[in-house]
Design a binder for this molecule. Structure first.
Ligand code: SF4
Length: 210
């Protein structure tokens, strides 16, 4: 929950605010353009003006649910009437929200297409993602676009019985392929593909975290 006592002083007067725990990840500014911007002095986001239309209120709630530090808030209201995510972007693509601090606030998506559900990068682990994703048919493949800061990708993969794949990195000309079994950078464990569970009933939320 956002902390009203730590409200950014540059924020426009009114009920919506950003607190100073913001890590300058850009996610809130991306989903609420024109409402939330970056303060050039300290890099912290703030409301340049208060929402004035129902569409802008919806954008503000989207910023609340996307923020990895939970820095965006309203002085009285705690939750939107209807969840802001998954956000239907059209053509079977949904933005999942609930960005993770572990991935520095990177967006994640569910792509529903041709009988294969693909999660692209990972949100933080929460039933607010698990339940709607389950109703959209679960996850077959988790595709990671980078190797580090993968948030809760393994947890989603295990819960849904999905494979984890790393997007191939383009090889620079003249750089030889490393020998098989070579140690990975930073000693990180290799993400491995997993089989789908036999029964859909295994797709249960194991914890109530989030
Ligand atoms: S999403 Fe949160 S942490 Fe990221 S820029 Fe917006 S307010 Fe700051």
């Amino acid at each position: 929950m956002a902390r009203i006592q730590d409200r950014h002083p540059a924020g426009a007067p009114g009920p919506w605010f950003v607190d100073d725990r913001c890590i300058d990840c850009d996610a809130a500014r991306h989903v609420a353009p024109g409402l939330i911007e970056r303060n050039p002095g300290d890099g912290v986001s703030y409301f340049v003006r208060q929402p004035a239309t129902p569409e802008e209120v919806e954008m503000a709630w989207r910023a609340v649910e996307v923020c990895p530090t939970r820095s965006v808030g309203h002085v009285e209201l705690r939750r939107p009437g209807k969840p802001a995510f998954p956000q239907d972007l059209g053509d079977g693509v949904f933005r999942l929200g609930h960005n993770s601090r572990d991935s520095f606030g990177a967006h994640s998506y569910l792509v529903v297409r041709d009988g294969v559900n693909l999660m692209v990068d990972s949100p933080r682990w929460t039933r607010d993602v698990v339940e709607p994703v389950s109703s959209l048919g679960g996850i077959d493949v988790v595709l990671l676009t980078h190797r580090d800061d993968v948030a809760d990708a393994d947890r989603y993969a295990e819960h849904f019985g999905a494979q984890v794949r790393l997007e191939p990195r383009p090889r620079r000309p003249g750089v030889p392929r490393p020998p098989r079994g070579a140690r990975r950078p930073h000693g990180r464990p290799r993400l491995t593909a997993r089989r789908r569970p036999a029964a859909p009933s295994q797709r249960r939320l194991r914890t109530g975290s989030g």
